[in-house]
Structures are given as C-alpha cells and as structure tokens.
Ligand binder design. Sequence first.
Ligand code: RNT
Ligand code: ZN
Length: 421
Amino acid sequence: MRISNDTVLDNYAKAKTIFSAYGVDADAALKKLAARSISLHCWQGDDVAGFEHAGALDGGIAATGNYPGKARNWDELKKDLTTALTLIPGSHRVNVHAIYSNGGKRTDRDTLTADDFRPWIDWAKEQNVKLDFNGSFFSHPNAADGRTLSHPDKRKRQFWIDHAIACRNIAETFGKELKSPSVLNLWIPDGSKDIPADRYSPRSILKDSLDTVYAKQMDTKYVKDAVECKLFGIGSESFVVGSHEFYMAYAMQKKLMLCFDMGHFHPTESVADKISSILLFMPELLLHVSRGVRWDSDHVVVLNDDVRALCEELERGKAWDRVHFALDYFDASINRLAAWVIGARASLKAMLIAMLEPSALIQNAETSGDYAERLALMEAAKTLPFGAVWDKYCLDQKTPLEHEWFDTVKKYEADVLSKRS
Ligand code: RNT
Ligand code: ZN
C-alpha cells in the first residue's frame, strides 16, 4: 500500500482548515513536535540481555516471549537500532544501560569507564543522536540477594555505590562529547517478597549510599540525575525500598530529577495527574513511557488514554521543555524493531494530538463555568483529523507513513533477522 504525497498534502490542507476553526494552528503544532525528542531504550533490542552474557534477567523485571531474531551483540544491536531510527520521524535520543558496555570481560560494573562505551559514542556522533544512560543494578551476582544500594553487607553495597558513581562519570562524558545533557536514571530492584519486619534500616542504608553516589556536584549541562521509584516487582511484592515517597523526598532534598514510570504506580493512579504537582516544586521530570497490563508488565506503548492524558497535561501546562520522554518496555514476543517503532510513534502521535488540542477553547469553557461545553469540546477534539497532520509530519520528516513503515521491518526481518539463529 502506498498513499501518494499529493493525497497527504491534500488531506493536510483540509485538516488545517478544520483545526483553525477550533483556533488551532496545525503548522505550529508540526514545528512544536519536531522539537521534541524521545529516548529510545536500547534494551528492547535484546530483551534486556546486555553484552555481559552473565545469566538470566532478574531484579523483578521480565521479558516474556521467544520471537526469533533478537540482537546478540553490539554489531547486531547497532544495526537494528539504526534501522528502527529511520522509521521514527524526528531526531531522537538513545538510552543505554550499563550492561551494554563494549568493554567485554575486562571490567566489572564497579570499574566501568566511558572508554567501555566508546563505540556507542562514535555511533551516536555518526547518527547524530544523543545518549542517555542507566546504571544496571540487576542480573549480577552482587544483586542476587535482591538488595543492591540498600544491601546490609558493606562490601556488596560498596560495589553498587562504585557502579553508580562510575555511571555518573560515563554520563558526564556522553553529555560532554555529544553536546547534550545525558539523562542518567537510577533504578534499583531492592525490596522484599514478604512482609518485612524492618523497613527503616534498608531505607536508611539506601539514603546513605545515595548520599555518597551524589556527593560530587556535576554540571547539569552534562548530566541530569534522575531516581526512579516503584510500587512492587516480582519478588518485591511486599516492600520496595525505593518507594515513591522515598525518592520524592530525596529528589527534593538533593535537587535531582524524579522519574515516573507509567507502570510503577497502583493501576488506578494517574501519572498524568502527578505532573502539575511535581513541576511546582521541581524544575524537570523524567517519564518512563510504558504500558502496564494489569501489572507492571512493560507492554509496548500504544496510543492509549494514559499516554494521551500525559501529553495533554504537558500541553495545557506549557511544560514540554521540562519533561524528558524515555521509552521503557520489553516485549520478546514480537519483532523487536516493530516494538521500538510502534512505541515511539505512538508516543509522538500522543504528543501531536495534545499539541493540536483546542485547549484555549476548553480552558475558556472551564473558566466560564460551562462544564457541559468543556466536556462537549473534549469529545469534539477526539474526532478532529489529527491523522492527516501526522501523515504530513511523516512526509516532512522523510519517514514512511503509518501503514508503510511495517514493510521495511518485514523486509529487514527476511533479510537480516531471520538469519540469526
Ligand atoms: C524497572 C524500571 C527500570 C527498568 C530499566 C530496564 O521496573 O522500570 O526503568 O525497566 O532500567
Ligand atoms: Zn522504568
């Protein structure tokens, strides 16, 4: 299937007229969208395996499925990522995890340096993408007890403190060399399967460890530190040391960024609702865009109400520049390039829909107390022809349209992925 450029341009012209009747400038929305970037998570490419080949994924996260063709090494991951990026309109970032070091067995995680990620940096320069970074506090013998930075054993705890510090230095180099602050996220799986008798000590140890990790002031021109909370994980159902309250208080005190993962709250809690509170007290926020299905299942992001609500909040609060979008999910049951592309494009579509929202009209209705009109306008907004604007965006960005990119993935699967055993 192929829709001609003329049809796309025609549809766009008509859509533009409709949007302007609602007081919305579609051209301006397209410009605004082009300024937004999403951090594409390298770990969807190989089901969070990494390059250490040390053993199974743990830490209470799981990638289920066995779809053939996953990347087995740096060359394959690089090739897959490069291809996926061509199918996502706009210019974006790539989010690297410490287990994707190119350093091989030469170093353990406590002694990693930016040199161990040199091929990533070179590739990023070549592709003109920026890099973000994450410490990997799982799938390692020193994390086998389900405790890392809150570990009661001083030696194991020190290993993870050293890892976290090493990661800050690596992110600083990413930021310097790629001339864009690297967002460094810290998530640890620490917790307990059953009811703990002491919640105070692990949290107090975690606080001490973090104080050491963040002791060195780093220039936010190069690194932006974030901390990610969680409600529960597999094996930490009853207690998670790094809870929401813990990190919210800690981030406030240390002037760090909070990371909200959309799967890390009670299923009826809205992450969108949290944004306006947090941005009153903190300058920036990191979002892990994900899709929990009944639990923190990390399904591929789709254009659903949750992601739309998130973007609407940013549009209504004029907060786009204060938020970092990073994808976080891992589906091993489908083509992994498609998983990247579907999630990234869904997030961009949600952004565009929000940018095309007649928010001035909706907010006026609210201010005048006409809540029926507010609701009617919100309903009207849902059927506005944003698809025509999205297609125009893809055309402008020289990216395949919605129905077309999949052909490239299928061809890549036949030519490349199917040859991987
Ligand atoms: C885990 C967190 C964390 C991880 C990645 C791999 O629940 O969401 O962000 O998914 O670091
Ligand atoms: Zn996350």
